[in-house]
Design a protein around this ligand. Structure first.
Ligand SMILES: N[C@@H](CCC(=O)N[C@@H](CS)C(=O)NCC(=O)O)C(=O)O
Length: 341
């Protein structure tokens, strides 16, 4: 009798849950993307080198991250719908399902990753926070900005980093927060702040693309570690695996010297690592729930990590960034491809 009451109560709870709109089994992101035939990818959209729209189309390191996942899942790097998101809205839009993944120069931190509805999948760029200043003020290190006004964007890691960094050194600074990057640039270039702060590469990109390098500089000292990378919704393990290993495929391609142009001729390579990456030796595709040529499609259509870096940020781009921490581990950097076997 008692048992029946419990069962009935549970049954009612089940009905209540269904009425509350909770789906019995959520459709997997992989199935959703395949059915749609397109990947919805959240990007910054206004950050040259990472994601911006040129006359030739979308380009950037983060754009290539989205394209890689589309190539892996749909066999076509062109099947991406890029969705520009602000710093403040990016994570809630991902949670709400507006995008399937984020590749939006987003720093990976414990509090963004743990106990939230999102997970990170990889680090695709090691960045750090710095300051841009007018050369006229003669400041060469962040400490020279103590007690000054500093422009910063809300919803980023930068405000707290900066306040903590100066407080620890017994300086009080005056943060001047803005809703978006554009508003901050306008205020900074109108001399409303002595400095502006964000990821060092973003600062360098802004000065370079707006021809401000003669009058402004980025201070070389970094005050934080900002490992940037793609995020996905929590609770879909197969999907986080796909994003993680799509990035790893680009990294391993660089290590194995595979490029967009040469990869087709390498499918019958004598190197077992190459054959396994390209699917000539099957298994990795099946494990991921993808076709065996998933990584081949990434490399053939998007290229290796090194190619993507050079084209978007490095020697082949207007930015001319050094590889630095983003070089392969074998060349003194932090990029270490995981074994793909
Ligand atoms: N990596 C940092 C910063 C990311 C970021 O979005 N920075 C700036 C400059 S690129 C920004 O706010 N951009 C666009 C905006 O929301 O207006 C983070 O994840 O919080």
């Amino acid at each position: 009798m008692k048992l029946r009451i419990v069962v009935r109560a549970l049954g009612l709870a089940g009905v209540a849950l269904t009425l509350a709109g909770l789906p019995a089994v959520a459709e997997s992101t992989l199935d959703l993307v395949k059915k749609r035939g397109q990947l919805n990818c959240g990007v910054n959209g206004e950050l040259p080198g990472f994601s911006s729209r040129a006359s030739s189309g979308w380009a950037g390191l983060d754009v290539d991250m989205c394209k890689a996942v589309a190539a892996a899942v749909l066999g076509d790097a062109g099947k991406v719908n890029f969705v520009p998101l602000t710093a403040q809205q990016r994570f809630t839009e991902l949670q709400a399902g507006k995008v399937d993944m984020l590749a939006r120069n987003s720093t990976i931190t414990l509090q963004r990753d743990v106990g939230t509805e999102i997970d990170f999948a990889a680090v695709n760029f090691y960045d750090g926070q710095s300051f841009a200043v007018s050369k006229k003020i003669g400041v060469t290190a962040p400490s020279g900005l103590g007690s000054s006004k500093i422009c910063v964007v809300k919803g980023t890691t930068h405000e707290a980093n900066m306040v903590n960094w100066f407080r620890a050194r017994r300086y009080t600074i005056q943060p001047v927060p803005f809703d978006n990057a554009e508003a901050m640039y306008a205020a900074f270039f109108a001399s409303r702040c002595a400095g502006m702060t964000q990821d060092a590469t973003a600062l360098a990109a802004v000065l370079a693309t707006r021809n401000k390098q003669a009058d402004y500089m980025v201070l070389p000292q970094l005050i934080s570690r900002e490992p940037l990378g793609p995020y996905v919704r929590r609770g879909d393990d197969a999907w986080v695996d796909i994003v993680r290993w799509s990035f790893q495929a680009m990294l391993l391609a660089e290590e194995l010297n595979l490029t967009k142009d040469r990869v087709a001729g390498e499918r019958q390579s004598t190197d077992a690592d190459v054959r396994q990456l390209l699917g000539t030796i099957p298994g990795n595709g099946k494990a991921l729930g993808l076709e065996e040529d998933w990584a081949y499609n990434i490399i053939r259509q998007v290229g290796s990590y090194g190619e993507s870096f050079d084209r978007n940020l490095g020697a082949g781009s207007p930015l001319k960034f050094e590889r630095g921490a983003n070089a392969l581990w074998s060349k003194g950097g932090l990029m270490y491809p995981l074994p793909m076997r």
